[in-house]
Each structure stands twice: as structure tokens, then as C-alpha cells.
Design a protein around this ligand. Structure first.
Ligand code: APR
Ligand code: PHB
Length: 410
């Protein structure tokens, strides 16, 4: 027999987007259920990016999950760009009135949020099958199967936080949705290793042999990436080959400082730009990777997921506390404004710093001139810096939302 549950918001997906939304709704006293197809262990072990904008840090604080982040997050005030064998520092803080980014792995963000969820004993279903979203233009409900038991969750809203391959976007009628996509003809080969980072700050490398990135997770754990052809397989890349190729793309000084060691994770990720319009379909909202993908060059993926959730949580809280649908009605438009700006920045960084097989000698010269201009001009550097630290967005403060509070019955 089907088990029937009732809630206000059904959240599909337990990535950073779904978990953060759950935590913010919980803090505001709004009931929800989280539904995830993978196991909790799988979700909390995935290795992803690691740069948080200040607005993302603020949101994690609002969600009450910033304790570890405050202890272990590394504030970064600048990045290096290496081109023609020379490093140029972009002083993020000086160029953006004191803003910074925080180095803290998405894996840790996920674990912190899952831990908070466990502590609060919030309802979550992991390892479920056959998730389906129904009637989201009317009275929505979600069905799924867990351990042979069929479930039906009746709700007011469905939050589609189920990533690029999720079921929510795929359930929207084709005539109600438009997607925009650009696939890049290369991938990033990433490794994680327990070695100290080559430098105190991230180094973005533009070289004739292709892009590379020196990043980190802590003072003892490094994350490095190489641009590789899409045809390459992880098995083609021994640790030794990886380190040798990284050295080929780095400057002499960095090579001298580079500490190599065995990889603890190695994977290849394809690069893609992708946007869905709109991001709301009746009572179904898309958020995070379910709605958009950026290539990782601008470090925007996780931060865009966080800004969607800032808008969505605020809209839902406004609805349940004040009875106003304004935030809900504006959700898609507000998100997409910020999304497209981050898409542009990520596309631009990708173009500027990567080698494309199809580019002519003229294209290469123009790109070199553009990079030289950016690095040699305060205006150019400011453009890069203000996008990198994160463009501002306006949100009603939680306290403001609570001012006019009415009781809302589902
Ligand atoms: N039913 C339930 N859960 C699903 C389904 C489904 N049909 N399909 C996918 N999921 C789950 C996935 O298993 C995953 O745990 O949804 C979750 C989506 O999480 P993420 O892919 O991490 O997406 P999001 O939360 O939007 O986070 C965005 O992750 O990929 C990075 O660069 C991206 O940093 C960004 C962040
Ligand atoms: C990472 O540390 O994984 C990372 C950092 C910056 C990026 C992309 C990935 O632009």
C-alpha cells in the first residue's frame, strides 16, 4: 500500500542546493522533506570545487552551519594569473573594497549541512528509486519508491535541486521551457593530493600547452587541474604523468616549490555552459545545477546554487510568514539576471585562459592582447576581481520577512 506524507516543500536532491534550502526552511520553521536517489555516504564523499563567495559564506552563517567553515575556511584576498611564464597578482580585496573569497571544499559544505540535518532530525529519504513529480501547475505531489515501499508526498511546492541529470527539469513540458547550451571541446583532469599547495593563493595558468589551475583545500591538501582533450581517459594519466605535465605548464619558480605525491582522487570533468529559462513552472522551482551549469574556470557553480537558494528560501519564507507571493513571482527573473552574468564571466575566463584547437593564430594573438590589457589595467583587473568575488544581490533580510507574520494553513 502507498504511504502518504504531507509537507509544505518537497526538496528533490541532496546536493548543496537542496541541503541548504532545507536548512534555511528549517530555521524559519517551515516543514519540508528531502528526497535523494543516492546514498548519504555517496553524497557526502563527492569531490567538487572549493571557492565560496562572501554571500555564500553569509548564507551558510544564516543557516547556522558556519562553525567548521569559520575554523577551517581559508580567506583569500588575491589570485595569481600565470601567462607567458610570468605571474600577475589580482588583488581581489584592494580592487573590491575589501571583499574576499573563502577556500572551503564543497565536500565539507555538504558534510556540514548533512550533519546539521541529522542533528535537527529532519525528514530525509536517501537511496530512493523512480522519483516522479506530478501536477506542479496545480496541487503538486511527488512519488518514489524506497526498499519496495511506494510513497506519495503531497506538498505546496517542489524544489528541483536534483542537478543537471535530475528528473525535475526533464518533467517540464517542452513548450514551457527553453535551454541554452555551449559544450567546450575539452575537459579538466583534477587530482587531490595530501601535499602542501604550491603557493598561498590560487594560480590560474594560461600556457601554450593548455590551461592549468593550482588550488587547495587546506595547508596540507592540494587540488590541481589540467586542461585535457575530451578523448583522454583517467587511466591514461598516471600520477607521474600528471605532475610532469603540470610542471610543463608552470613557471620555473612554481616548479621549484611544487611538492608532488600520490593522488587520493583523480577524475575528468567535461566543461559546459547551460541555462534553463524560466526557473519556475507553477509550483515547481529549479535551483542550482538543475537550472544551470557553468564551466569551473570562474569558480561560480556552487555560488550560483547558493544565490538561487537565497532567493528561493527568501521567497518561500515570505510566502509562509507574510502570505505574499511577490518573491515567488520574481524568483525566476531575479535568479536569471545573476545567472547570466555568472555565465558570461565563466565563459569569458574559459575562453581567455584555455587553448582551443580551432583557434587561428590571429585568435591567439587577440586573446593574448586581451589578457595583457586586463592584467595591465586597473579597470581590467577590477572587472575580473568584482566578478570573481561575486556580484552583489539584494535580498530581504530574514528579520524583515518576519515583521508581518500571519499564520498560514496548508
Ligand atoms: N531523484 C532524487 N535525487 C536526484 C535525482 C532524482 N531523480 N537526480 C539527481 N538527484 C540528486 C543527485 O544524486 C545529487 O545528489 O540531486 C543531487 C544534485 O546535487 P548536485 O549535482 O550537487 O547539484 P546542486 O545541489 O545544484 O549543487 C551545485 O554542485 O555540481 C556542482 O558545480 C556544481 O558546485 C555546484 C553544485
Ligand atoms: C577548486 O579548488 O576545486 C577550484 C578552485 C577554483 C576554480 C575551480 C575549482 O575556478
Amino acid at each position: 500500500m502507498m504511504e502518504i506524507l504531507n509537507t509544505k516543500v518537497a526538496i528533490i536532491g541532496s546536493g548543496p542546493a537542496g541541503l541548504l534550502l532545507g536548512q534555511l526552511l528549517y530555521k524559519a520553521g517551515i516543514e519540508h522533506i528531502l528526497i535523494e536517489q543516492r546514498s548519504a555516504d555517496y553524497v557526502s564523499a563527492r569531490i567538487r570545487a572549493g571557492i565560496l563567495e562572501q554571500v555564500s559564506v553569509d548564507l551558510l552563517k544564516q543557516a547556522g552551519v558556519d562553525q567548521q567553515l569559520n575554523e577551517l575556511g581559508l580567506p583569500h584576498h588575491g589570485i595569481e594569473i600565470l601567462t607567458n611564464g610570468e605571474k600577475h597578482r589580482i588583488d581581489l580585496s584592494a580592487l573590491t573594497h575589501g571583499k574576499q573569497v573563502t577556500v572551503y571544499g564543497q565536500t565539507e559544505v555538504t558534510k556540514d549541512l548533512m550533519h546539521a540535518r541529522d542533528e535537527a532530525k529532519l525528514t530525509s529519504f536517501y537511496e530512493v528509486n523512480d522519483v516522479k513529480v506530478h501536477e506542479f501547475y496545480d496541487l503538486p505531489y511527488v512519488t518514489f519508491n524506497k526498499d519496495g515501499q511506494e510513497y506519495r508526498v503531497n506538498c505546496d511546492f517542489i524544489a528541483g535541486c536534483d542537478g543537471y541529470h535530475g528528473v525535475c527539469r526533464a518533467s517540464v513540458p517542452a513548450d514551457k521551457i527553453k535551454t541554452f547550451e555551449k559544450v567546450y571541446p575539452f575537459g579538466w583532469l583534477g587530482i587531490l593530493a595530501d601535499v602542501p599547495p604550491v603557493s598561498d593563493e590560487l594560480i590560474y595558468v594560461q600556457s601554450e600547452r593548455g590551461f592549468a589551475l593550482c588550488s587547495m583545500r587546506s595547508s596540507t591538501r592540494s587540488r590541481y587541474y589540467l586542461q585535457v582533450p575530451l578523448t583522454d581517459k583517467v587511466e591514461d594519466w598516471s600520477d607521474e604523468r600528471f605532475w610532469d605535465e603540470l610542471k610543463n605548464r608552470l613557471d620555473k619558480e612554481s616548479c621549484e616549490h611544487l611538492v608532488t605525491g600520490p593522488s587520493i582522487e583523480k577524475s575528468i570533468a567535461p566543461l559546459r555552459s547551460f541555462v534553463t529559462e524560466p526557473m519556475r513552472f507553477g509550483n515547481l522551482f529549479l535551483a542550482g545545477d538543475a537550472a544551470h551549469i557553468v564551466p569551473p574556470t570562474g569558480a561560480k557553480g556552487l555560488n550560483l546554487a547558493a544565490s538561487d537558494i537565497a532567493y528561493l528560501s527568501s521567497a518561500l519564507i515570505e510566502y509562509y510568514l507574510n502570505g505574499s507571493k511577490q518573491g515567488i513571482d520574481e524568483y525566476s527573473e531575479k535568479c536569471l539576471k545573476r545567472v547570466w552574468k555568472a555565465e558570461r564571466f565563466s565563459w569569458w575566463m574559459t575562453h581567455l585562459l584555455h587553448r582551443f584547437e580551432t583557434e587561428s593564430e590571429f585568435d591567439i594573438k587577440i586573446k593574448q592582447a586581451e589578457l595583457a590589457y586586463i592584467l595591465g589595467s586597473e579597470a581590467g583587473q577590477t572587472t575580473l576581481a568584482e566578478n570573481y568575488v561575486g556580484l552583489p544581490y539584494e535580498l530581504k533580510k530574514f528579520d524583515e520577512l518576519k515583521k508581518v507574520s500571519i499564520k498560514y494553513a496548508t
